[in-house]
Ligand binder design. Structure first.
Ligand code: DGT
Ligand code: CA
Ligand code: CA
Ligand code: ZN
Length: 572
């Protein structure tokens, strides 16, 4: 299936056009098309054979011809031409924070730089300094960006790791001899980035299972192969460990390999005090050495006399104390979510119409959905003018009249300007059902200034939610710093909720923010920021962050039914 290859080429074309300084609308069209292609489960060759390529959102005549060209010839001549004009290696440079398409082109044209290594060398020897617009400070920023990139490249985002792990476990499940199977490690604990994927299997045929594992099509290289443990690299270069144990050890092994190490140490200490010994092989009586349990993970917690501790809490951050007191949170679950409140439609940079989004939300089982497009000044992301916004309100009303079983809220993700004022006037905001305020530019401000900026936005009576609090993009860009406690205090005072943005690169606010929000009594909403329907599934990631942040159903506003939800936000 060539879908992902073609999506990657479209993204590269967008990057190259950006380096060239081409038309932003054209660039956006390629990015949107790439995003849509990534979400299509059916083979593009099949769709093309049916003559239906143009039915794919964002794929017009021109792009469908390019897809067909690739399917027939294995290349896209337009892309090949672009690469002659602009070296493809410059694409690597713009992955560095602080290096945009313009700077990449400048470094290439002035100094012949084509790789990250060369860029690092030139920045270290201060040869960038003196080029138009490049100060010493810029060089420092670029070096920090490179260090950050090198650190991040090794870990996967949770969303990516979950997708790979699902693919691998689905394939392993089909192998004869595989009984139980789970992902363990940081993935099961749902950390925001994952070092390696740990998979646990129970089987009485460990040889056969390991053989099949190292020959999966996803495996590029075998790092080690034994009967209890094998390690491989995936095609993309990520590390996966598989462990195979006997069925009667499965629970003990699952607990051991789920970690965290700090949590497990505490659990083993508690066990020793009760006369047990816990290892990855089972639970044993300290004195006699007799095996007491090991097949079920639950048995460990039961024997210690405490409730089961969900994997997301196993960080030794107070979960053991809470379990001893019987105070563990009743964590929010995916099924508790009744709405997704941050969706982009075709009105800005999303792929679908209001009606398509509403129908997609119904399929997710939601009772309501908010469509929150970008505001007028955000040109590159298709910001909505005031006139168009009025038309969008009317279209939303029409969809609400036509569709039963879902309520569509008309909203905006309004841009917060550097001074904290908003990108629509108050009388426009007052016409909308829901307003998310987010920062999309001018990230380089001090902690105090950014905090002030956000607080200013929260004090606006029309703002219901602050979107993606710190602006971070995992593996790409560090967030700006904010004074979390100050923001949470004003959030409580003004009744402004904070978003957990579930977009895989964001997960912002994070687990720590959630936990603190709960402690201070601030309300949270969990949204996907979906631009295409399949991204509705990111909700799982947002719920994972909330669970790691100890949140319960009552802490999260989009667990309410629509009437109660509107009542809460309208109190403001
Ligand atoms: P990662 O891969 O860096 O995102 O983080 P983890 O937590 O998945 O770490 P990993 O893959 O090194 O090990 C998986 C689990 O195995 C870890 O969470 C706990 C357990 N584990 C690994 N090494 C040790 C150890 O030396 N002692 C104990 N008690 N547990 C260990
Ligand atoms: Ca791991
Ligand atoms: Ca591992
Ligand atoms: Zn945004």
């Amino acid at each position: 299936m060539k879908n992902l290859e073609i999506a990657r080429i479209f993204n590269n074309i967008a990057d190259l056009l950006e380096i060239r300084g081409d038309n932003p609308f054209k660039i956006r069209a390629y990015r949107r098309a790439a995003l849509n292609l990534e979400g299509i489960a059916e083979d593009l060759a099949t769709i093309s054979a049916r003559g239906d390529l143009k039915e794919i959102p964002g794929i017009g005549k021109d792009l469908s011809l390019k897809i067909e060209e690739y399917l027939h010839t294995g290349y896209i001549s337009y892309y090949e031409e672009l690469k002659k004009e602009i070296p493809e290696s410059l694409l690597g440079l713009i992955a560095i924070q602080g290096v945009g398409p313009k700077k990449a082109k400048l470094f290439h044209d002035a100094l012949g730089i084509t790789s990250i290594d060369e860029l690092q060398e030139m920045a270290q020897s201060h040869q960038l300094h003196g080029l138009p617009g490049i100060k010493e400070k810029t060089e420092e920023n670029i070096l920090r960006g490179i260090a950050f990139y090198r650190q991040g490249i090794e870990r996967m985002t949770l969303g990516y790791a979950m997708a790979i792990s699902k693919r691998l476990t689905d394939q392993l499940r089909g192998i004869p001899g595989v009984e139980q199977i789970d992902s363990a490690g940081s993935l099961r604990r749902r950390m925001e980035t994952i070092g390696d994927i740990d998979i646990l299997v129970s089987s009485s045929l460990p040889h056969e299972v390991m053989d099949a594992f190292v020959h999966l099509p996803d495996v590029r290289q075998v790092l080690g192969k034994g009967t209890t443990k094998s390690s491989v690299l995936t095609q993309e270069g990520y590390h996966v460990d598989l462990r195979v144990v006997q069925q009667d050890q499965y629970g003990a092994a699952l607990a051991y390999f789920t970690g965290s190490k700090a949590h497990n140490i505490r659990i083993r200490e508690m066990a020793v005090k009760k006369g047990f010994k816990i290892s990855e092989y089972g639970i044993f009586d300290e004195k006699s050495g007799d095996r007491i349990a090991g097949e079920k993970e639950e048995d460990i917690y039961r024997l210690l006399g405490i409730h089961f501790i969900p994997p997301e809490l196993r960080e030794d951050r107070g979960e053991i104390e809470a379990a001893l007191k019987g105070n563990l949170p009743n964590l929010i679950q995916r099924e508790d979510i009744k709405a997704d409140l941050h969706i982009h439609s075709r009105y800005s940079d999303g792929a679908h119409s209001i009606r398509e989004i509403a129908e997609g939300a119904m399929k997710m089982g939601y009772k309501y959905v908010a469509i929150t497009d970008h505001s007028q000044s955000l040109g590159v992301a298709g910001g909505v003018s005031i006139d168009t916004l009025i038309a969008k309100i009317e279209e939303t009303e029409k969809v609400n009249r036509e569709l039963l079983g879902i309520r569509v809220l008309c909203g905006t993700e309004v841009d917060v300007r550097p001074d904290g004022t908003l990108d629509y006037p108050e009388d426009v905001l007052s016409k909308l059902d829901i307003v998310i305020a987010s920062i999309h530019s001018v990230f380089k401000r001090s902690r105090e200034e950014q905090t002030e900026r956000i607080i200013h936005a929260m004090r606006n009576p029309h703002v219901h939610i602050i979107g993606h609090l710190t602006g971070r993009l995992l593996k790409e860009r560090e967030g700006y710093e904010v004074n979390l406690d100050e923001i949470l205090k004003v959030s409580v005072e003004t009744g402004t909720a904070l978003e957990v943005n579930a977009y895989p690169q964001r997960l912002d606010m994070n687990d720590i923010g959630c936990r603190r929000a709960k402690e201070l009594g601030a309300k949270v909403v969990i949204n996907t920021d979906a631009h295409v329907l399949h991204q509705f599934d990111y909700m799982d990631l947002g719920v994972a962050v909330a669970r790691r942040g100890w949140l319960e159903k009552r802490d999260v506003l989009n667990t309410l039914d629509v009437e109660s939800f509107l009542k809460v936000i309208r109190k403001k």
